[in-house]
Design a protein around this ligand. Structure first.
Ligand code: IMP
Length: 430
């Protein structure tokens, strides 16, 4: 029976979703990105080749699978074109396999400038954005002055909307930020030139997905960022500007929520975060450095070193609830292979009391002290292991403890960067 599966990050992003989407795409017919933009960086390693996708769904490496950039995504057309060029160079681009929603909003050059300038103005209260214009593009969408991918197909409409936007944006940029404004002609020509290349890919993707569901196709909805970066449910204001939780798979793709069969959360065997904001189980010093080096914890988009810490079961229980997780994928278990002791954060101490629910208020989270449980490390290589019962006993115990603490069954365990380094306990499509 056909199934529609949603994959979401269950932490602060960078959980290794790209690799898992790549594995599950084998069983899917269609892969849909439904939110975020090129703030994401999804890494897939196939043999000796490393691919990093920021916009195009990671499923594009599989011939014959349709990849969709859905309604809820914000699209920087220059970045999209570059990604297409890279795929073309490697003979991996098939135009019939990529569709872009006409409803997806465009990231404009002024969005990037505003993103960077706002961060500068925030000073020590900065969010640590990726500087890709994501926030300002979503702001325009919600304030109803955004320009959509579909507008690229109508030169007149595009020009009028651009002109109206520039009147306001240039005024703000010049008088408040004291920086140079933008010329309408430059942006117009650049975007119209790009439209010649990507125009044929712009379609009514909501209808395409609905028809595919009706005809019994398997669909994989690929979330970007992570639950704790959700604009409503994350650690606001240290969040991204879109809904990153599973519910957005429906809104951001233009299908009804009743069409979703299963939600899978991806988590690392430990925890990382990039950018500012609270992170109760964060480590510093040599312990953090060891996880960072062993796990290659540097941003796929910005190259920034990621903050590293222990697995946070309080945050994961919250992610399980807010997404309605049916299964958990644990990635990077191998990064813990050489540790004597591994800790799990099982509770937060706040004002002398143990909290049993994850507080989303940044002001409270900053003051939460993690309560840890320590487990003995397995001190053996897990990379290359193909089944759960072949894992070292203590690694099995670690996984079982994560299941107990989060209340979610583990379905896949990733033990290395390559496509084949995975133990599949249950393929959600089967
Ligand atoms: P923005 O999405 O660029 O506005 O950044 C807002 C916050 O989300 C910052 O802390 C970023 O570091 C974080 N962020 C955005 N995209 C990602 C991602 O794909 N992985 C991890 N963190 C992200």
């Amino acid at each position: 029976m056909a199934k529609n599966i949603v994959i979401v990050g269950a932490q602060w992003g960078d959980e290794g979703k790209g690799k898992i989407v790549d594995i599950l795409t084998e069983s899917a017919d269609i892969v849909v990105r439904f939110q975020g933009g090129n703030n994401a960086g999804h890494t897939v390693i196939v043999g000796e080749e490393k691919y990093v996708f920021h916009l195009i769904p990671s499923g594009i490496l599989h011939a014959g699978k349709t990849c969709i950039i859905g309604d809820g995504v914000v699209v920087d057309p220059e970045v999209l074109l570059k990604e297409i060029e890279v795929l073309k160079e490697k003979n991996l681009f098939r135009p019939e396999d990529l569709l872009i929603s006409k409803n997806a909003h465009l990231i404009m050059p002024y969005h990037k400038k505003l993103d960077i300038a706002r961060e500068r103005l925030r000073g020590c209260n900065k969010i640590g954005t990726t500087g890709r214009g994501i926030g300002p593009a979503y702001e325009d969408k919600v304030s109803r002055c955004g320009i959509k991918c579909g507008d690229l197909l109508d030169e007149g409409e595009f020009r009028v909307k651009l002109k109206t936007n520039l009147l306001e944006k240039n005024h703000y940029i010049k008088t408040i930020l004291h920086e140079d404004g933008f010329e309408i002609h430059e942006i117009y020509h650049k975007y119209m030139t790009i439209a010649q290349s990507i125009g044929p890919l712009i379609k009514n993707t909501s209808k395409f997905i609905s028809d595919a569901i009706a005809s019994g196709k398997n669909i994989l909805f690929e979330g970007a960022q992570g639950t704790l970066l959700d604009v409503d449910h994350g650690t606001y204001p240290f969040v991204t500007s879109s809904n990153t939780v599973a519910g957005e798979a429906a809104t951001g793709s233009g299908i009804g929520p009743s069409k979703i069969d299963e939600v899978i959360g991806i988590t690392k065997a430990y925890c990382t975060r990039v950018g500012e904001g609270p992170f109760p189980s964060e480590l510093d010093g040599p312990e953090a450095d060891r996880l960072r080096e062993q796990g290659g914890e540097y941003g796929a988009t910005t190259g920034r070193p990621r903050r590293c810490g222990w697995f946070d079961a309080v945050a994961l229980r919250y992610a399980a609830r807010i997404n309605g997780l049916d299964g958990l994928v644990v990635t990077k278990l191998d990064v813990l292979d050489n540790l004597d002791t591994i800790k799990i954060c099982t509770g937060y101490k706040y004002k002398g009391e143990i909290l049993d629910e994850f507080p989303t208020e940044a002001s409270i989270l900053f003051k939460c002290e993690p309560v840890y449980e320590a487990l003995e490390g397995w001190k053996a290589q897990t990379q290359g292991v193909k089944s759960f019962d072949k894992l070292p006993k203590k690694a099995q115990d670690y996984i079982k403890r994560l299941e107990e603490l989060t209340g979610v069954k583990v379905t896949i365990i990733s033990v290395g960067a390559n496509r084949n380094d995975a133990i599949i306990l249950k393929n959600p499509f089967k």
